[in-house]
Design a binder for this molecule. Structure first.
Ligand SMILES: CSC[C@@H](O)[C@@H](O)C(=O)COP(=O)(O)O
Ligand SMILES: [Zn+2]
Length: 208
């Protein structure tokens, strides 16, 4: 069982994140899903299909790390397994955000299949936890989109094992997944990615 107070804190962080991300235009039309860790075995996560700018207490539920609902008759996010695999692999992860911004969607479609996004030389790379210099290379893989979320979750699990330091990935034509120790870290990562995606797109525009 989970602690109700810890659940309430996690759910509130998700609701607040949804308001911010929707206002930024990064979670349109019921897209996106968000989660926050409650304890070693449980996370709070958005209910599937809910409007992310208008989340309330009834739009967040608890699942275990196998993605099974706990004390809820609701259906959790269709992409629940993409969240739980992160909490399984990284015990320090406290929050996961998935967004559907225009820039993430367009940029992921412009990269060649098999080509990751390599971010290098940007001071803002230091917004990511553990990055100390703009001289590092942040490699963001682009997974092909699929409706087989279990298969994609296993694919990401393999990738995390080989790249434990990277803070996010793109799904082609779909959006961004990023994570952090706290919801504040995770929101900072979304903002940093959005800034860097815009820089990459602008660079392609002026220097095709
Ligand atoms: C509104 S289409 C987007 C969905 O297919 C999905 O990618 C998504 O991000 C939201 O799914 P959800 O089941 O609400 O968590
Ligand atoms: Zn999505």
């Amino acid at each position: 069982m989970f602690d109700v107070t810890r659940y309430a804190v996690a759910a509130d962080a998700i609701v607040q994140a949804g308001r911010f991300l929707y206002q930024q235009g990064w979670s349109p039309a019921t897209s996106s899903n968000y989660s926050a860790r409650i304890d070693a075995e449980h996370i709070a996560i958005t209910v599937s299909g809910r409007h992310k700018g208008q989340l309330g207490a009834g739009d967040v539920m608890v699942v275990d790390l196998a993605g099974r609902p706990v004390q809820s008759d609701c259906r959790s996010s269709a992409e629940t397994r993409l969240h739980t695999v992160l909490y399984e692999v990284f015990p320090e992860v406290g929050a996961v955000l998935h967004t559907h911004s225009v820039k993430a969607t367009v940029l992921s479609r412009l990269l060649e299949p098999g080509q990751p996004l390599a971010l290098e030389g940007y001071e803002l790379q230091k917004a990511f936890t553990g990055v100390e210099t703009h001289e590092s290379v942040l490699t963001v893989p682009v997974f092909d989109n699929t409706q087989d979320i279990d298969a994609l979750a296993e694919h990401t699990r393999e990738w995390f094992r080989e790249h434990p330091e990277q803070p996010g990935y793109l799904i082609r034509g779909h959006g961004l997944y990023t994570w952090g120790k706290t919801m504040a870290d995770c929101l900072r990562h979304v903002e940093a990615f959005e800034f860097l995606f815009e820089c990459e797109l602008e660079t392609m525009r002026v220097r095709p």
